[in-house]
Design a protein around this ligand. Structure first.
Ligand SMILES: *Cc1c(COP(=O)(O)O)cnc(C)c1O
Length: 378
């Protein structure tokens, strides 16, 4: 837009090539709205890729989280445990259904939900006599959470998981795709995510009934009668056939995008290995991140803050971004119950995301690396 031509963006869209063919087909068949071959095809192809029985294509990841909560029967008076270190779109849907978020801190390796804090929260709620209706588990920046430890706890308490895998399409834990561990998994196809439909989201599950219900709710919850008869309150959340066409083209190149994003991360580590202040967001054994964004924290005691670094990069036309500001610090969610040791506060205070486009050229990456090094030397 108004940025200079050498501006390096954080994570711009990256088309594969066949998106417009799918859109052209929709035009040719005059299937422009929320029904048609692209929506159905996109749902099937996404389910096949992740290895689940079904998927519902929706207008956003936020809408998908909202419908996941409804499909699990979460409502007024219920509590939902939720990762505190996340984007506000994870917690807001809990309030849409008039339930109450209980915020759980991160652990320092994956930056995702801390199993110990989770266990503390469960013990507390069990003592008080009411367990949460669900756990909203977020895999940030594509990094898998400690699934084995977390599932051991949630299974013991009999509480279902909704996976907010909005940032983690293509990531795996012990070879299994994220989004397929919980009762429901959610992806986002917003413009800056690893693949985009210009705006969109999806809910996946191995329970076809759950996906069917979400899809029905996304189309105004019409009862099975020839006229418009309603017993439930639905939403207008269905993805359009045009957006789904973009999605089908993007799915064809998803594996390639994951490889490219992973390469961007590895290249940063290599180019910046001499900068000792940088602590990279590393994968534990068996954790496979799509590397949606390449992130690090700055070693404790360094005189450079992430904000000073961000401004230095911006001065040379490089976009970077602070890590997510934890929900328990947000004015909107500050009064929520919180369990943890303020790990996410520390991550926010010391972390930064670098430009991570799958279409980032090597020479642009060198420019970023040189600017980062220069900021630490000066
Ligand atoms: C992007 C994102 C969402 C929301 O997805 P939209 O498609 O933008 O509604 C939810 N959770 C997380 C963690 C996200 O990064």
């Amino acid at each position: 837009m108004s940025q200079p031509s050498d501006f390096i963006y954080l994570s711009p869209p990256h088309m594969g090539g066949s998106e417009q063919q799918y859109i052209q087909q929709a035009f040719d068949q005059n299937w422009i709205t929320t029904a048609g071959a692209n929506v159905n095809g996109f749902e099937q192809e996404l389910a096949t890729y992740t290895g689940v029985s079904s998927a519902a294509a929706l207008v956003s990841g936020t809408a998908a989280l909202h419908l996941a909560l409804l499909a699990l029967g979460v409502g007024p008076g219920d509590e939902v445990f939720c990762s505190t270190f996340t984007f506000v779109a994870s917690t807001n849907p809990i309030r849409y259904v008039v339930a109450t978020p209980v915020l759980i801190d991160s652990e320092p390796t994956t930056w995702n939900l801390c199993p110990t804090a989770l266990e503390d929260a469960f013990k507390d709620r069990q003592k008080k006599g009411k367990l949460p209706k669900a756990l909203m588990l977020v895999h940030l920046y594509g990094m898998p959470s400690h699934m084995q430890e977390i599932q051991e706890i949630t299974n013991r308490y009999g509480v279902p998981i909704i996976e907010d895998a909005a940032e983690a399409l293509g990531s795996k834990y012990n070879g299994q795709f994220l989004g397929t561990f919980g009762k429901a998994g959610v992806f986002s196809f917003n413009g800056n995510k690893i693949i985009t439909t210009s705006g969109g989201g999806a809910l996946i599950s191995d329970d076809p009934g759950l996906v069917e219900q979400a899809r029905w709710l996304s189309m105004q919850a019409k009862d099975n009668l020839p006229y418009y008869h309603h017993t439930s309150m639905g939403f207008n959340y269905r993805m359009s056939n045009i957006s789904a066409g973009i999605g089908r083209g993007q799915l064809e190149v998803l594996e390639k995008r994951v490889q490219q994003k992973r390469k961007v991360f590895d290249t940063y580590r290599q180019l910046l290995q001499d900068v000792e202040e940088l602590e990279w967001h590393l994968e534990p054994e068996g954790f496979y991140s799509n590397r949606w964004l390449s992130c690090f924290t700055i070693r404790k005691g360094s005189s450079l803050t992430p904000e000073a670094l961000r401004l230095e990069l911006l001065a040379v036309n490089i976009e970077s971004r602070p890590l997510w500001y934890p929900m328990h610090l947000q004015p909107l969610y500050r009064e929520c119950d919180y369990f943890g040791a303020r790990v996410s506060d520390d991550l926010f205070a010391r972390g930064l995301c670098l430009p991570s486009g799958s279409n980032l050229s090597f020479s642009d990456q060198e420019r970023v690396a040189d600017a980062v090094r220069k900021a630490f030397l000066s």
